[in-house]
Design a protein around this ligand. Structure first.
Ligand code: HH2
Length: 286
């Protein structure tokens, strides 16, 4: 697929605008690393969703299971119990909301789509559940394919790569090829290098620095660096909620290198930074 291909995912119209898209994180979990327990109640979740939309989120990414390093999986029943009422509540309050669901289970994805979700964010890139590709194909919806080395329980214990950029790029190319061979439209594929998923500080920085190698695959790129540990390591900010400033640096640099989607907790800070970056770069891209 050429870099110039136009579609609703690539040009941002899926998210109600054009240009870079802020994906607001809505974790309906008791144990997420930076906002665990804040939005378990559908009412509180819907309120936070509305705030993020008002602040400029084009998409809301809703997750019912934490994938932070060391986390344990939950059952599908529990995941559904957390996620579905929130989708319903958010769409009651804001019919226009574009909701993505962060799940690697086909059953959860199907139920979420039925409830009104429009994007699937699979951090295992269609590797966990053999039925996931057909659920996405049937729904003809966009899917985010993320790179992860290992699994959340153990992925941060000394991850090793010969060449992190090449390995992540080749992995994403293979997973995109698999998705397309399973009948998913290439225009619905979004790729994500998986910042912090089986990567140490140097790996994360190398990937961000060389993001153009991932962008060159020809698919829209999503970056999820928000409040992650490596930002705390660099800035010395221990409290994850306080890492918005460092996160903004990753957003701007990734945007400059060609990423389109920015999965973040702090919507306003990232939206405003992107608006300024966009205005500056626009003079180059015209
Ligand atoms: N990061 C997290 C979860 N889902 N999905 C994509 N596509 N890319 C990411 O980088 C990504 C993701 C982890 O962050 P968070 O949701 O804040 O934490 P937790 O997994 O603890 O809920």
């Amino acid at each position: 697929m050429g870099r110039t291909a136009q579609n609703a995912v690539r040009d941002g119209t899926l998210a109600g605008g054009t240009g870079p898209v802020v994906v607001g994180i809505l974790n309906v979990t008791p144990d997420s690393f930076s906002d665990g327990g804040d939005f378990l109640d559908p009412e509180a979740a819907a309120e936070h969703a509305a705030t993020m939309l008002d602040e400029g989120a084009g998409i809301l990414d809703l997750g019912g299971e934490s994938t932070r390093p060391g986390s344990d999986p939950v059952s599908q029943e529990e995941e559904l119990r957390r996620v579905i009422p929130v989708i319903e509540r958010v769409l009651t309050v804001r019919q226009e909301a574009v909701i993505s669901v962060d799940t690697y289970r086909a059953g959860t994805a199907a139920a979420a789509i039925e409830a009104g979700a429009r994007i699937i964010n699979d951090v295992t890139a269609l590797r966990s559940d053999p039925r996931m590709a057909s659920v996405v194909k049937e729904a003809a919806c966009p899917v985010i394919l993320m790179h992860m080395k290992g699994e959340p329980k153990t992925m941060q214990s000394e991850p090793h790569y010969e060449d992190v950029v090449r390995e992540v790029r080749d992995f994403l190319a293979r997973r995109a090829e698999y998705a397309v061979s399973a009948g998913i439209g290439p225009e619905n594929v979004i790729v994500d290098p998986g910042i912090g998923f089986g990567k140490n500080l140097e790996h994360n920085l190398t990937l961000l620095r060389n993001l153009d190698a991932i962008v060159d695959l020809g698919f829209p790129v999503l970056i999820g660096a928000s409040r992650k540990t490596f930002i705390g390591r660099i800035t010395g900010v221990q409290e994850a909620r306080e890492r918005a400033f460092g996160t903004v640096a990753t957003t701007v640099l990734a945007y400059e290198r060609g990423a389109t989607f920015f999965r973040v907790h702090d919507v306003r800070a990232n939206r405003e930074a992107l608006a300024v970056a966009e205005a500056v770069l626009d003079t180059l891209r015209r």
